[in-house]
Design a protein around this ligand. Structure first.
Ligand SMILES: [Zn+2]
Ligand SMILES: [Zn+2]
Length: 232
């Protein structure tokens, strides 16, 4: 409740600041009452009551005719109650078109304050309701954004996974080609070694043949020499 009163007070002082430049109490009351005041108020139509004692604090009225006597009978111009001076020390505008302030009793003063508070309370509630509506709309928008973002993330993740899978496949394929090339190199090395060995063998055979050829040539020469000697 105190929080509500504080927000009402804040609303009152804010509207006062926005609409008022001076410090006149009368102008302030006029401004504050404006939202709850009727266009016109017939003060002459209010039945002014008579009583022996104040209808609020019940103090007995004095019959002495002194203008400033605090216990002489006064009347509230709003409800007509017979009240003492102390129970009617507030002056208020009773209609929007009023140019003067009227004596009102404490009960009417409280009642008018309550009207004003209720009006301010309603204004604050309406503002809060509007704000809640706005926040709800924002919430719906955020929820939609969240769903869309999640969908985008899922799509992006799927693309990334596909990409990674494709790269793994490419890597496997390259590894296979590399291992095939290594096998080919090994085979070629083996073939080269085999050829090298065959060349060595052939070179050895040629050397052996040359030795044999020389030996045969020597033998042939020897035979020729012996033949010539025999002929002579
Ligand atoms: Zn009184
Ligand atoms: Zn009154």
């Amino acid at each position: 409740m105190s929080a509500l009163m504080m927000s009402c007070d804040a609303a009152i002082s804010q509207s006062f600041r926005h609409n008022h430049n001076g410090n006149c109490q009368q102008s302030q009351n006029r401004l504050l009452d404006q939202p709850t005041l009727p266009q016109t108020f017939d003060v002459k139509g209010v039945k002014m009551l008579e009583a022996e004692q104040c209808m609020i604090c019940e103090i007995a009225f004095t019959r002495k005719l002194k203008v400033l006597n605090r216990t002489s009978m006064k009347n509230c111009k709003r409800c007509g109650r017979a009240v003492c001076d102390q129970c009617s020390d507030q002056r208020r505008q009773l209609a929007l078109q009023d140019t003067t302030l009227h004596r009102i009793c404490d009960k009417c003063d409280t009642e008018m304050d309550n009207f004003r508070l209720r009006r301010n309370h309603e204004d604050v509630l309406a503002a809060q309701k509007k704000k809640i509506e706005m926040l709800n709309n924002q919430l719906v928008q955020l929820e939609e954004d969240k769903v869309k973002l999640e969908e985008d993330c899922r799509t992006e993740l799927r693309d990334l996974q596909n990409n990674v899978r494709a790269r793994y496949a490419k890597r496997d394929e390259l590894n296979e080609r590399l291992s095939s090339l290594k096998t080919q190199i090994t085979n070629q090395n083996n073939s080269r070694n085999l050829l090298h060995k065959q060349i060595c063998d052939l070179e050895n055979a040629i050397a052996d043949l040359e030795v044999e050829s020389n030996r045969l040539m020597t033998k042939q020469n020897l035979i020729q020499t012996q033949t010539i000697e025999l002929e002579h």
